[in-house]
Design a protein around this ligand. Structure first.
Ligand SMILES: O=P(O)(O)OC[C@H]1O[C@H](O)[C@H](O)[C@@H](O)[C@@H]1O
Length: 522
């Protein structure tokens, strides 16, 4: 079924939202927090995940109207179209099937009339058996030694996803050391080479197209380095590839049996659930990799079936649209209170900004409203000592997602108590601020009245700055899968609401072409 094509700003719901915004734009989160049952009414619990969105400039009416907007633009049908294999990536004439990669149901998913589930299962079995061989030490290098180091060679979606997950699941890691080479900057690969022994290193070349300049250049450099110690007959023991371009992989000299599939119905930035996640499976073992997929599937089922007002990705997408299109907020912060998630903001920048950074609607017309949010962030508590000043007292409205965990992994309870006190403390400070009266009272004992009056304006926190608390019990492969899938569905929801295509990325091409032209002229 084709996606509905309508300018959201011309819908009845948008008109009502515009009027509603005029009525409540000066609403204060502090006043809203006094409402009875505010927390319960503006929270969604889903297994080990609790999303509290009560600290937002929204009322029940806001949510109601936003949900109406989602209905009016055909979100329900759009979600079904995604899950059932319609070619919703219209500009590239492709289905978008990352959800099928993690589906454990027997229901066939047809892409161009062909059930894609069997090939997904075959690929998973291959990932499992290969990972087991390498991790157990049965897979030997050219001198008979077991593998100690994995080098993932890729960029964009073929790097950010696996890198972020491996970093986030460090606690679950096995004895293998995993490296990621992405940048065309030769100093990147050179630094990694310093750490490697060719006899015990496995190279995983990940590129959907197998034409990406950075990846192929890095792969060639690493192959040449490897061949200083080994021969071309040793390549099958040390080089594997993940790609949909079998011819190019063959030309590179990779053994056919060492190729893991990629399909055109999986977008690069949504590909860590495919064999692009091979480095993840090698690093944390296949069972943990599978648990990651299962967590994502849980979120898929929730997204597909839950009513919009209880649907976590939909609600977070709608609230974000409220700020983006009505309050005209330009950016959003993602603030994980876990050092493990330090690469999540980078990963989400590609997922979100490459998907929804579009200025033309599904009709091909230039949009006259804001799309794609700018996302940025870093881990708490470090960022409290860096950029949070601006979020608390600057002139910009920056809605923020605070991601936290009830338990820490190593169980240092003293640390964790302090970490979570900061997690909640920051959200409270943003929402409720500190009034003149409070500041005055605080300063009363510390100086004369003139000094107090001089300092007062600088110490006041306006508050009324929105945040969402995304709280899991514990960081596990499963809960991480759920978290990443949450953001994936938020992206699609927003793309549907903005009437744009979220799955192409033509905007990255021009710079590549120009770089090529410049190279050719040299
Ligand atoms: O996997 P590859 O074909 O090498 O592509 C790697 C990356 O490069 C492109 O420029 C796109 O912007 C990304 O979406 C993609 O993930």
């Amino acid at each position: 079924m084709a996606l509905k094509n309508s300018n959201p700003t011309t819908t009845q719901s948008w008109k009502e939202l515009t009027n509603h915004f005029k009525d409540i734009q000066n609403i204060n989160i502090k006043d809203l927090s006094k409402e009875e049952h505010r927390k319960e009414d503006f929270s969604i619990e889903f297994g080990d995940l609790l999303v509290d969105f009560s600290k937002n400039r929204i009322t029940k009416k806001t949510i109601h109207l936003l949900v109406e907007l989602a209905k009016e633009v055909g979100l329900k049908e759009a979600i079904e179209s995604q899950f059932t294999g319609d070619k919703i990536n219209v500009t590239e004439d492709r289905a978008v099937m990352h959800t099928a990669l993690r589906s454990t149901s027997d229901v066939p998913v047809l892409v161009e009339g062909k059930n894609i589930k069997p090939q997904i299962q075959t690929a998973l079995r291959k990932i499992k058996s290969f990972s087991n061989k390498v991790i157990s030490g049965k897979w030997k290098g050219y001198t008979g030694k077991s593998i100690t180091d994995i080098v993932n060679i890729g960029i964009g979606g073929s790097d950010l996803g696996p890198d972020m997950i491996v970093e986030s699941l460090q606690f679950y890691k096995n004895q293998l050391t995993t490296h990621f080479v992405s940048n065309i900057d030769g100093d990147h690969v050179s630094e990694i080479i310093k750490k490697l022994n060719p006899e015990t290193t496995l190279f995983v070349i990940v590129s959907k197209t197998f034409t990406t300049q950075e990846t192929i250049t890095n792969a060639e450099t690493l192959k040449n380095w490897f061949l200083k110690s080994a021969t071309i007959f040793d390549i099958p023991k040390h080089f594997v590839a993940v790609s949909s371009n079998l011819q190019a992989v063959d030309n590179f000299g990779i053994d056919k049996s060492n190729v893991f599939p990629m399909w055109d119905w999986v977008g690069g930035r949504f590909s860590l659930w495919s064999a692009v996640g091979l480095s993840i499976s090698l690093s944390v073992g296949f069972n943990n990799y599978k648990a990651l997929l299962e967590g994502a599937e849980e979120m898929d089922i929730h997204y597909r079936n839950e009513d919009f007002d209880k649907n976590i990705p939909v609600i977070l997408a709608l609230i974000s649209i409220w700020y983006n299109n009505f309050y005209l907020a330009e950016t959003e912060a993602v603030l994980p209170y876990s050092q493990y998630l330090k690469k999540l903001p980078d990963y989400l920048q590609q997922a979100i900004m490459e998907s929804n950074g579009k200025g033309v609607d599904r009709n091909g017309d230039k949009v006259d409203y804001q799309t794609g949010t700018i996302v940025w962030g870093s881990t708490g508590t470090n960022m409290q000592h860096a950029f949070m000043q601006l979020v608390h007292q600057g002139t910009k409205l920056i809605p923020a997602d605070f991601i936290g965990y009830k338990q820490s992994l190593y169980g240092l309870t003293d640390h964790h108590k302090k970490l979570m006190a900061n997690y909640y403390g920051q959200m409270e400070a943003l929402a409720f601020g500190k009034s003149k009266e409070e500041v005055h009272l605080e300063l009363k004992f510390s100086g004369d009245e003139a000094k107090i009056n001089q300092l007062l304006p600088f110490k006041v926190f306006e508050g009324n700055r929105p945040s969402n608390a995304i709280l899991f019990d514990k960081l596990t492969p499963r809960s991480l899968g759920k978290l990443v899938a949450l953001y994936e569905h938020k992206i699609y929801t927003q793309g549907i609401l903005w009437n744009i295509y979220s799955f192409d990325q033509f905007g990255v091409e021009l710079g590549k072409e120009l770089a090529k032209n410049l190279l050719n002229k040299q």
